[in-house]
Design a protein around this ligand. Sequence first.
Ligand code: 2RA
Length: 338
Amino acid sequence: NALNIAVVGATGAVGEAMLEILAERKFPVAKLYALASAKSAGDTLMFAGKSVLIEDLADFDFSQVDIALFSAGASVSAEFAPKAAAAGAIVIDNTSQFRYDEDVPLVIPEVNPEAIAEHKKRGIIANPNCSTIQMLVALKPIHDAAGITRINVATYQAVSGSGKKAINELAGQTAKLLNGQSPDVEVYPKQIAFNVIPQIDAFQDNGYTKEEMKMVWETQKILADDTVSVNPSCVRVPVFFGHSEAIHLETRKKLSAEQAKLLLAKVPGVELVDEPVDGGYATAVGDASGKDAVFVSRVREDISHPNGLNLWTVSDNVRKGAALNSVQIAEILLKSYF
Ligand code: 2RA
């Protein structure tokens, strides 16, 4: 049974990936509504080989929609997601707007699919932050086997996480610098080309950034365990697609690197690429970008801690980090509730 699907933010980096992935995975779509701001309304886009008119979100009637995928910024979700749910659509929201609400499930299909049932409370399911998704897909089997007590993580996040403007800024700055011209610095507080920036999102009172706190709050909510302590440092790097993460964790029970690798090799959605040879690991360029998997490499016991494990993950932040995760949630809804 085919469904009526709305994509809110259809012209954004994540919205475009949602459309691509719905078509790639042959999601049964009876009618596709492509919604955006008045600026884009009236244009058309291609979906599954057909031209679709982009409609203005402001006056759209969601009563005709079965599932609405939102990725147009938290303020748009704040205003329109409750309206869509009230009109009878099930909302899968990719922004941070509802992630921390008690009555909104925060779901990674490979980690806590059972939480999808809670969508009945408000008709909204929240998609976690990209940096949380790729970390927990990799850590879930380790947590189940040995109980994770503490996570230290440093992230190396691609500019596509900030949207199309940031992708263009990295390209523009790089070209200008290579031509001996001074770069325009607009999206980020400092130049991103040939640089790394230790700030993603706003600073909080405790000196962490919001992106770092998202990884703390979302990890504890998704694992339903606020005893797991998380200590992130989130950094923006001059990469277009694919977030990388260096993860250093401590477990209750000792887990050897070999045991961890055996577990990881069996996890759906994880690709273990881990040989102690030149190039024997996954990187954003050449491995993860454009793919669906969470790649895991550099699994090794921590020489500074008896129950410590280190690993490297890399994944396409626009796909598994956002669009694919949302479509996988929609696939579970289709199977279980329609
Ligand atoms: C970023 N995770 O990378 C945030 C939002 N996508 O900018």
